[in-house]
Design a protein around this ligand. Structure first.
Ligand code: PGA
Length: 262
C-alpha cells in the first residue's frame, strides 16, 4: 500500500545481551550487502550491547545503516554505577537509543517517570529515542490495553514539544509477544497503533503523522509483510530474528515493499 504521508519505514535490531563485539561486527558485515539497496527506502538501525558498539560502528562507517544503544541515563555524568549517558553514546557514533523496553521495566524496575527523564535527556543530547510501550498478558485479559499503552505513552513523552516528538520512534511491543513466538495479529497490532497515533495527534497535532510507530514482538520474515502493510505500522523492533542476517534482511525487505517508492 502507499501511505498518504511520508513516513519512511524504520527497522531496528535489538540484539539484547547477545554477541561479543567480534561476533556483532561479523553479523553486521554479513548483513550489509544483503540490505544495501533497501537502505535507500528504509531506515535500518542496529542496537548491540554497549561493549559491541565501537566494533559495529567500524563496520557501519559509511552511515547507510544506523547505530543505537539499548538504554541511556538522564544525567551527563556522576555517581550512577552501571549507567551510560547519552553523550557517551554520541562519542561511539550512536544516533539512536532504545528506552523503556519491557525487559528494563519488568526486570530492572524502570518506571514511566525514569523513562521520561531518559527520553528527555536523550533528545537534549541529540539522540533519537525508540520509546517502548506495551501491555502484559494480564493487562490484556483485564481489558486494560488502551489504558496501559496510552498511559505509558503519555508519561513517557510528558513535557516534549511537537518538534522533539518528531525525533522519537514509538515501539508498541505487547509483552506477551516478546520472545514467545506469539505475535499480535496484524489487526490486533493495527488497532493499538491507531490508538497511539490518535493520542499523538491530541498531544502534538500534525507532527503525529510523521512519527514512526514500530511493532515489536516475535516479528519474523513470515509475518513481517502483513504487519508492515498496516496503515499505522511503520516498521519494527526486532529481537530474536535480528540475530540471523538472512532473517533480518528478509524483514528489512518486507519493510521496503511497504515503503513509498518513487
Ligand atoms: P523478539 O523481541 O523479536 O525476540 O520478540 C522484540 C523486542 O524485545 O524488542
Amino acid at each position: 500500500m502507499t501511505r498518504s504521508i511520508q513516513r519512511r519505514p524504520l527497522v531496528a535490531a535489538n540484539w539484547k545481551m547477545n554477541l561479543l563485539p567480534r561476533e556483532g561486527a561479523a553479523l553486521a558485515r554479513e548483513l550489509l550487502p544483503r540490505i544495501r539497496e533497501e537502505t535507500g527506502f528504509v531506515d535500518v538501525v542496529l542496537c548491540p550491547p554497549y561493549p559491541g558498539l565501537a566494533a559495529v560502528a567500524d563496520v557501519l562507517e559509511d552511515g547507510a545503516v544506523g547505530l543505537g544503544a539499548q538504554n541511556s541515563h538522564w544525567e551527563e555524568s556522576g555517581a550512577y554505577t552501571g549507567e551510560v549517558s547519552p553523550r557517551m553514546l554520541l562519542t561511539l557514533a550512536c544516533q539512536w537509543v532504545i528506552l523503556g523496553h519491557s525487559e528494563r521495566r519488568q526486570l530492572f524496575g524502570e518506571t514511566d517517570e525514569g523513562v521520561n527523564q531518559r527520553t528527555r535527556a536523550a533528545l537534549a543530547a541529540g539522540l533519537n529515542p525508540i520509546l517502548c510501550i506495551g501491555e502484559t498478558l494480564d493487562q490484556r485479559d483485564a481489558g486494560q490495553v488502551e489504558s496501559t499503552v496510552l498511559g505509558q505513552l503519555d508519561r513517557g513523552l510528558d513535557g516534549l514539544t511537537a518538534e522533539e516528538v518528531l525525533a522519537v520512534a514509538v515501539a508498541y511491543e505487547p509483552v506477551w509477544a516478546i520472545g514467545t513466538g506469539r505475535t499480535a495479529t496484524p489487526e490486533e497490532a493495527e488497532s493499538v497503533h491507531a490508538l497511539i497515533r490518535d493520542r499523538l495527534r491530541e498531544g502534538f497535532g500534525e507532527a503525529a503523522d510523521a512519527v514512526r510507530i514500530l511493532y515489536g514482538g516475535s516479528v519474523k520474515p513470515e509475518n513481517a509483510g502483513e504487519l508492515f502493510g498496516q496503515t499505522d505500522i511503520d516498521g519494527g523492533l526486532i529481537g530474536g530474528a535480528s540475530l540471523r542476517a538472512e532473517d533480518f534482511a528478509a524483514i528489512v525487505r518486507a519493510a521496503t515493499r511497504e515503503a513509498e517508492q518513487p
